[in-house]
Design a protein around this ligand. Structure first.
Ligand code: G3I
Length: 382
C-alpha cells in the first residue's frame, strides 16, 4: 500500500471533518493517483499491460509515462510474434523487441515474452521448403528450436516470463488444435517448445497461454496435459488465462473452477490479456464490414461517440467482480495484465467486427483513468 500521510489524516479525523475510514480511503486514492495500479496491488500480484512498438519508442510520451506509472509488467502485443519478428528466415528484426526489453528494464518491470509458438501471425516461409512443398517434421521442429534458442537466448535473464505455446488446444474440446504445427509435427511440438525454452533460459517462467479458460472441456484436457508433463519432467511453470471477457460472459462459476483446477496442480495462473468487451455480441458477423451497412452499424456499434453512463457502470462493476475473484485467488494468481492500456488501441475495436468503437480497458481514448480504474483502487482502500 502506498504511504498514506498518516499525520494529516489523523488530524482531520480528530477534528471530526471526516471519519477515519473515509480519510484513509481518500489518502489512499491520492497516493495511488501519483503511483498507480501496480502499487495498489503490490502485495497481491503483478499488474501488467501489453504494448505496441509505438508506445515505447519515445519514453517521453504521455502514453509511455502512463504505462511506467501504472504497470510493473509489460508484454509486447505483436513485436515478438514469429511473423512480425522474422518475416524472412534467419533475419530477425530485433530493433523493436530490444527497445521493449530496455524500456521494461529501465522501469524495473517484469518483461513477458509473447509468444514463442502460435498458429497465428506466422511468417510465410514457416511451413514450406524452398520448393514451396510442405516442410518435413524434422525441419519444422528444427525451425522451432532455432527460433526459441535465438529469441529466449538473446533475452536470457531479461525476459522473466514466456508465453511458450499459445492457443494450442482445440476450440471444440477434442484435444490439440488442428494447425500446421500439429499436422506436420504432432503434439510433440508443444513439449519440445517447453524443453528448448527451458534450456535456453533455465530461470525463466514458462507458461502455456490460452483463451476460453472457463470451458470445462478445455480445463479437463489442460489438466491432463499438465499432469502428463509433470510426470515426464516437461518444464511447464504456469498457465496463462487470457481473460478476454464480456459484460455477460464467461460463467464465473466455471471460471473459478478453472482457477481451482490449476491451483490444485500446484501451478500459478497469470491473467495475461484481460479486457472486457462492452459491445453487443457479434459472433455471427465475424469479418463483416459494418461501415457500409447503416442498420448493422447502428445495432453492432451503438456507442460511437461515447459510452452511456449505465454501460460504464456495468463495466466498472465487471472489473471489480473480476478483481474480487483474482484477489480471492491471490495465492495462485501471479500477475494480471490487460491487453493494451487505453480503449483507442484495443484489438477489440476490430474484432470480431472491424471498425467499431469499444471500451474494454481501464483508460479512455484521452488516456484518462476510467471509473473502472477507480473502482479497482477502491477495492484495496476498504
Ligand atoms: O503490421 C501491419 C501493418 O503493416 C499494416 O499496415 C496493418 C494493416 O491492417 O496491419 C498490421 O498488422 C496488424 C497487427 O495486428 C499490428 O497492428 C494485423 O493486421 C492484425 O491482424 C494484428 O492483430 C493482432 C492480433 O493478435 C493478430 O491475431 C492484434 O494487434 C493483437 O492484439 C492480437 O493479440 C492476440 C494475442 O497475441 C493472443 N491472444 C489473442 C489476442 C487478440 O487477438
Amino acid at each position: 500500500m502506498p504511504r498514506l500521510g498518516r499525520r494529516r489524516f489523523t488530524t482531520l479525523a480528530a477534528a471530526g471533518v471526516l471519519g477515519l475510514a473515509q480519510l484513509r480511503a481518500r489518502a489512499f486514492h491520492q497516493a495511488v493517483a501519483q503511483t498507480g495500479l501496480k502499487d495498489a496491488f503490490k502485495d497481491d500480484f503483478l499488474i501488467g499491460t501489453a504494448v505496441d512498438g509505438r508506445t515505447i519508442d519515445d519514453p517521453s510520451t504521455p502514453l509511455a509515462q502512463l504505462v511506467a506509472r501504472e504497470f510493473n509488467a509489460i508484454t509486447p502485443t505483436n513485436l515478438m510474434k514469429w511473423g512480425p519478428l522474422e518475416p524472412r528466415e534467419g533475419e530477425p528484426q530485433w530493433a523493436g523487441p530490444d527497445r521493449l526489453v530496455a524500456f521494461g528494464a529501465a522501469h524495473g518491470m517484469t518483461v513477458v515474452g509473447h509468444t514463442l509458438v502460435w498458429h497465428s501471425q506466422t511468417p510465410r516461409w514457416l511451413f514450406v521448403d524452398e520448393q514451396n512443398a510442405p516442410v518435413s517434421k524434422e525441419r519444422l521442429l528444427k525451425r522451432i528450436e532455432t527460433r526459441i534458442r535465438t529469441l529466449v537466448g538473446r533475452y536470457q535473464g531479461r525476459v522473466a516470463i514466456w508465453d511458450v505455446v499459445n492457443e494450442a488446444i482445440d476450440e471444440d474440446e477434442k484435444g490439440w488444435r488442428q494447425s500446421p504445427f500439429l499436422n506436420i509435427a504432432g503434439p510433440e511440438y508443444v513439449e519440445r517448445a517447453f524443453q528448448i525454452a527451458h534450456e535456453a533460459d533455465p530461470k525463466a517462467t514458462l507458461l502455456y497461454n490460452d483463451y476460453n479458460e472457463h470451458n470445462p472441456g478445455r480445463r479437463r484436457f489442460l489438466v491432463d496435459v499438465i499432469r502428463d508433463y509433470k510426470r515426464r519432467g516437461v518444464p511447464i511453470h504456469g498457465v496463462g488465462f487470457q481473460g478476454h471477457v464480456g459484460l455477460e460472459y464467461p460463467d464465473f462459476a466455471e471460471y473459478e473452477k478453472s482457477l481451482q483446477a490449476i491451483a490444485a496442480e500446484g501451478l500459478p495462473v497469470h491473467i495475461t490479456e484481460l479486457d472486457v468487451d462492452v459491445l453487443p455480441r457479434a459472433s455471427g458477423y465475424t469479418g463483416a464490414e459494418i461501415s457500409t451497412n447503416f442498420e448493422l452499424s447502428e445495432r453492432l456499434n451503438p456507442w460511437k461517440t461515447g459510452l452511456p453512463p449505465e454501460i460504464d457502470a456495468r463495466l466498472t462493476a465487471r472489473y471489480r467482480q473480476l478483481f474480487e475473484l483474482f484477489l480471492k485467488y491471490r495465492q495462485t494468481i501471479a500477475r494480471v495484465s490487460t491487453w493494451g492500456t487505453f480503449d483507442g488501441e484495443s484489438w477489440k475495436n476490430n474484432f470480431p467486427v472491424r471498425g467499431r468503437t469499444n471500451y474494454p480497458l481501464l483508460f479512455d481514448r484521452e488516456l484518462k483513468p476510467k471509473a473502472a480504474h477507480a473502482g479497482l483502487i477502491a477495492l484495496k482502500a476498504r
